[in-house]
Ligand binder design. Structure first.
Ligand code: ZN
Length: 582
């Protein structure tokens, strides 16, 4: 049992008084579920300062962090009590389920605020190429996976790293040799490149006569024939030839993805782009009461008919499992594949600056209409030009329609920001939705793309914090591993899973343990407009709770490398235990 400081016991009593008008009185509501003997971090104390300094009222002293409560009681979908195990007893009745957490750490439920949930589910049926180092290794995995594919059947894979492979892309030769009778399409990790065999190109009607589309490239050999690699917007020439996912398959993918998140400790995901089919899956699953975790759906701006329907209908904001008050757009592409729009040339490709805006399919008019209809917009912006143009756009809409500022628009990734532009986020009320895993995964090539000066404005969490910009964290799954312990470790150390580099990559941008945890809890709540409903463990808030086996604040502060050994013990969503493995 962790010791509980006296000041914190008082705080627990205050919670109790506030809610039930007196602990120990018969007026205390009998709870459905009570977690006892835990190490609770409610996050109900003051926010850290912009340089990470811990608030005066935080449960932290010279010896480090101390949990601020021991027990949480839940009735229906709400928290009714946070305090000591002794004081929790009045909430226990004959029908109460009591879980002795034996010192486990009880946190506000974890939220991943930028996810592509259907891709997680899709992994189950597609070839997983994450981590492959060579062309041969990738093809071996495809061979192992595709044992029962009939001639003519499509083989789909994903996960090779377009950033790491950008200087030595494979070709269609070996892939075509091994798979002469099946179209094979292998999407890259972040979706900005595809690698195909000859039959897939034939099926898609791509040959030497096919021109490069706007914002994309078909790589070609010396005689002009496609090599099998398509970049940025050219990827859709190929992926649009793949037989379409049926509604039923999509629903399976979505459910499998959400179930994975529940097992991995998440109580909610922000879906960064939901088209008609994905929205249908969410809405059906909600109607059938089968959503295992909450979904904050960001409607895809690329699906205009869907946007039109939601403009008509208006945002859906309530206490149900599905919220739809946001729209997701792309302003530019990715840094790894050199599609992100830069103000100056790529350091490792003179004369090239990437694509953005209308050239990358950004529909300015529709985006502004969605904002005026009451939807938050989250705009994917990677390059310093992509970010600057995104800021220009958002400022212009807010200038013309000042009421839209309160919607708290988001810059998704805000990955490379010019030094002059950091100060523009706050006046426009913007949030930066960032990915700790991106930083530690991209570090091997990001500096090559950007050079030594621009890289200082990349993955610049601290600079954004110092400028007063609210952050929210995520993995951008399935492109990066959404494991929370990896995410916290990356945020705190700027080191990868191999704990490299030892001192962290540009460690001056690292977050404190508390900031890292808030990035996945109450800061995420703020980015969804949910701060009155969740993000902290307090009476009246949603009963969304994550239980883990190590103390992310103490361990994160004193020996963050050990975070990678953490384990999820339980996930509770709206008062329902959706995962449990103590
Ligand atoms: Zn994304």
């Amino acid at each position: 049992m962790n010791r509980i400081p006296a000041a914190v016991l008082t705080a627990g009593l205050l919670f109790c008084f506030a809610f039930s008008a007196g602990c120990g009185h018969e007026s205390a509501p009998i709870a459905d579920l009570v977690l006892v003997n835990g190490s609770v971090y409610s996050l109900a104390w003051g926010e850290p300062s912009e340089d990470g300094t811990i608030a005066d009222d935080a449960p932290h002293d010279a010896s480090g962090w101390h949990p601020d409560a021991e027990a949480v009681a839940v009735t229906g979908d709400r928290i009714v009590f946070v305090g000591t195990t002794a004081d929790a007893q009045v909430h226990i009745g004959g029908t109460t389920r009591v879980i002795d957490t034996a010192g486990a750490v009880i946190l506000p439920g974890l939220v991943d605020s930028h996810a592509h949930i259907q891709e997680l589910g899709r992994e189950k049926v597609q070839v997983n190429l994450v981590g492959v180092q060579t062309e041969e290794e990738a093809i071996d995995r495809v061979v192992d996976h595709a044992t029962d594919v009939v001639p003519g059947g499509w083989i789909i894979g994903w996960g090779w790293d377009e950033g790491a492979w950008a200087n030595r892309y494979p070709t269609l030769s070996l892939l075509s040799e091994r798979f002469p009778d099946n179209p094979v399409v292998l999407r890259s990790l972040h979706g900005f490149a595809v690698w195909a065999n000859r039959l897939a190109l034939v099926e898609a009607g791509i040959d030497r006569e096919t021109p490069d589309p706007d914002g994309g490239r078909i790589l070609r050999d010396g005689s002009g024939n496609p090599t099998g690699i398509l970049i940025d917007r050219a990827t859709t020439l190929l992926t649009s030839a793949i037989p379409e996912t049926t509604d039923e398959q999509m629903k399976e993918f979505v459910l499998a993805g959400l179930e994975t998140m529940a097992r991995d400790g998440y109580v909610a995901v922000h879906q960064a782009g939901a088209d008609t089919q994905i929205m249908r899956a969410f809405e059906e699953l909600e109607a059938e009461d089968r959503l295992p975790v909450r979904v904050y759906a960001m409607i895809s701006l690329r699906d205009e008919p869907l946007c039109r329907r939601w403009i008509e209908r208006g945002p859906k904001i309530d206490d149900s499992m599905l919220t739809a008050r946001s729209v997701k757009a792309y302003y530019d592409a990715a840094l790894g594949s050199r599609g992100a729009r830069l103000l100056e040339d790529y350091t490792d490709r003179p004369g090239h600056r990437g694509v953005s805006g209308a050239d990358y399919g950004f529909d300015q008019e529709l985006a502004a209409e969605m904002m005026r209809a009451g939807f938050q917009i989250g705009i994917h912006a990677i390059g310093d030009a992509g970010n600057r143009e995104t800021l220009d756009f958002l400022e212009s809409v807010i200038h013309a329609s000042p009421e839209t500022k309160a919607l708290r628009h988001r810059v998704e990734h805000a990955q490379v920001v010019h030094p002059d532009d950091f100060a523009r986020f706050v006046p426009a009320g913007l949030i930066a939705a960032m990915q700790p895993p991106h930083c530690v995964e991209d570090k091997t090539w990001a500096e090559a793309r950007l050079g030594p000066d621009r890289v200082k404005g990349a993955y610049a969490w601290r600079t954004l914090r110092r400028a007063g910009v609210p952050l929210t964290f995520s993995a951008d799954l399935a492109g990066s591993d959404h494991d929370i312990f990896y995410g916290l470790h990356a945020a705190i150390t700027r080191r990868d899973k191999e704990r490299q580099p030892p001192g962290g990559w540009y460690p001056e941008q690292a977050m404190t343990a508390e900031e890292a945890l808030r990035g996945y809890t109450n800061w995420s709540a703020f980015s969804a407009g949910w701060e009155d409903r969740t993000g902290r463990l307090q009476p009246g808030k949603w009963a969304d709770i994550t239980v883990i086996d190590l103390d992310p604040l103490s361990v994160g502060e004193s020996e963050p490398g050990r975070l990678l050994d953490g384990r999820i013990l339980s996930t509770i969503v709206a008062g329902t235990v959706v995962f449990e493995d103590y």
